[in-house]
Design a protein around this ligand. Structure first.
Ligand code: IMP
Ligand code: MG
Length: 189
């Protein structure tokens, strides 16, 4: 039994996620036909989405990782985004994969968009031939992002969600569905 997960409201079921991942992968397979794709997965939240997505894409795929931190242990963005690709990740390998490559940044959720903005400019600095974004979730906050998000799994309201890679203080990443975390679900709140 998943600790504390029994009471959470399921927002997107495992079945719905699976179906949507299959659709997104089919779209990517069509759009990138004849090309190799470099999936740049944002650690840690996108790791589960990226691994399902990668297996459903019918093209040669390279899998790279980047770590960006904008949230601490709380539910509100600190506003500061740091890229930490040297943290156990080979900076040179990332640079050579991205240079001249068709890059698809895989993200768990676009909230303020600060994380993605930062990652996309980094990928462009490394000389990507193209750079697009595939996100599982997109929070509708009427924010104008300076970049396009080409592939969106699900648009959701501005609520804090966990599961399928998304965490609260490193918990709930292994839920196979996406659930809403309310204040009443928090221990000691
Ligand atoms: P942004 O830079 O504000 O777009 O924030 C993106 C990052 O914040 C994501 O990669 C997540 O790690 C985290 N995040 C934003 N919203 C949520 C949420 O509802 N649940 C869990 N993590 C979130
Ligand atoms: Mg997170």
């Amino acid at each position: 039994m998943l600790e504390g997960a029994g009471t959470l409201e399921v927002l997107i079921s495992e079945t719905a996620i699976r179906a949507r991942v299959t659709e997104l992968a089919a779209e990517i397979t069509r759009d990138y036909a004849g090309r190799d794709v470099v999936l740049v997965c944002l650690l840690k939240g996108a790791v589960i989405f990226a691994s399902d997505l990668a297996r459903a894409i019918r093209l040669p795929v390279r899998l790279e990782f980047v770590r960006a931190a904008s949230y601490g242990a709380g539910r509100v963005s600190s506003g500061e985004v740091r890229i930490e690709e040297t943290d156990g990740i080979d900076r040179a390998a990332l640079a050579s994969a991205v240079a001249g490559g068709e890059v698809l940044v895989v993200e768990d959720i676009v909230d303020s968009g600060r994380t993605l903005g930062r990652i996309l400019s980094h990928v462009q600095d490394l000389g990507a031939r193209s750079a697009e974004v595939c996100t599982l979730l997109y929070k509708d906050r009427n924010v104008d992002h300076p970049f396009g998000v080409r592939y969106i799994g699900f648009r959701i309201e501005d609520r804090f969600v966990v599961g399928y890679g998304l965490d609260f203080a490193e918990r709930y990443r292994n839920l196979p569905y996406v659930a809403v975390l309310e204040d009443r679900d928090l221990p000691g709140v």
